[in-house]
Write a new protein. Structure first.
Length: 324
């Protein structure tokens, strides 16, 4: 994809030791704490979810101002750019009683934080049963995984009837707000809608697509807007620049020349290409995300400069005199 010189690409990076990362000081109900003594012993998926979701109040409450009715639709099941971290997390969890949070989810924007801990997003998935395994069972699972990888076996991380999320956030600690959101849903067996009906529902919500791509393997729709909320058309120079991400596993670009971009991918059932197996829908506020990332980094830099200046001032009063 060709980008203009003004395009600012923010690459999502992987954190190798995600278990050692900090999740911030603002706890949100729905987070699975595998390290606590209460989270030991065998448990069903329902029990794991119930343990994690204690204190969660549904339906979720949103105090952030509603979207301008004249602005393009910018939400995925109610989750949209501009919401606070807590609002988005509660909205996501309230969409299904089996969903649990994965803070940070091993991803983040590569900016200079000067040691500050930013909540740069969260994932959410269906709770899994907790099973205490013997060392022999663990070794057998590792061997099975290695054999599957060696044989290029197709392994999906979701089952029919499940959904997963990734929500990207940015802001100073405790002030993080949503800049992107993506959701994937696999329809339950026997309840698969037609791809035509899914497309109709998407158009009814998001309007006329900027781009529609059909292939035997999937249907892809994109709704791109400029920062003023105007739909990007084929004659616009932004047509090939303002792209989105539908999958919760995908990376996200932030272009100050683009506004809200929604992308949807519908994948058919392998045995019947008229029925939908799963749908991915993602939204990103490219200009808003760019501004938020830039403002956050600048604010952190200003705080760091202030800290250093205060240290110098304190040193002038309290530091030992050099011995010469």
């Amino acid at each position: 994809m060709k980008l203009t010189q003004s395009l600012f690409i923010v690459a999502l990076i992987s954190v190798v030791a995600a278990c050692g990362s900090k999740s911030g000081s603002h706890a949100v109900p729905g987070t699975v704490n595998t390290g606590s003594s209460a989270a030991r012993g065998n448990a069903s998926a329902e029990e794991v979810a119930e343990e994690a979701r204690k204190g969660l109040d549904c339906p979720a409450r949103v105090r952030t101002a509603a979207r301008d009715p004249q602005a393009p639709a910018d939400d995925v099941v109610g989750v949209r750019p501009g919401l606070t971290y807590e609002e988005a997390a509660n909205l996501v969890l309230c969409t299904n009683e089996l969903l649990v949070l994965q803070p940070n989810a091993g991803r983040g924007v590569n900016i200079q934080t000067y040691g500050a801990t930013l909540r740069q997003g969260f994932g959410a998935r269906f709770a899994e049963p907790r099973v205490e395994k013997t060392s022999r069972q663990i070794m057998q699972e590792m061997q099975d995984e290695a054999i599957a990888r060696g044989g290029n076996a197709v392994r999906h991380d979701m089952k029919p009837g499940q959904a997963k999320w990734y929500v990207g956030t940015m802001g100073l600690p405790g002030q993080e707000r949503v800049i992107s959101a993506a959701r994937e849903e696999w329809y339950a067996e026997g309840k698969n809608p037609t791809i035509a009906s899914v497309e109709q529902a998407l158009v009814a919500k998001y309007g006329t697509p900027t781009r529609t791509m059909r292939s035997p393997g999937q249907l892809t729709l994109t709704w791109a807007h400029d920062p003023r909320g105007r739909l990007v058309t084929e004659t616009s120079p932004l047509y090939n620049q303002c792209t989105g991400t539908a999958s919760p596993d995908g990376g996200t670009n932030y272009n100050p020349d683009c506004g809200i971009v929604v992308m949807a991918i519908v994948v058919p059932v392998p045995s019947n290409d008229a029925l939908a197996r799963n749908i991915d829908v993602g939204v990103v506020d490219q200009a808003g995300g760019y501004q938020s990332i830039t403002a956050t980094e600048q604010a952190l830099a200003a705080q760091e400069s202030q800290r250093k200046a205060q240290q110098v001032q304190d040193a002038s009063k309290n530091a030992d005199k050099p011995t010469l």
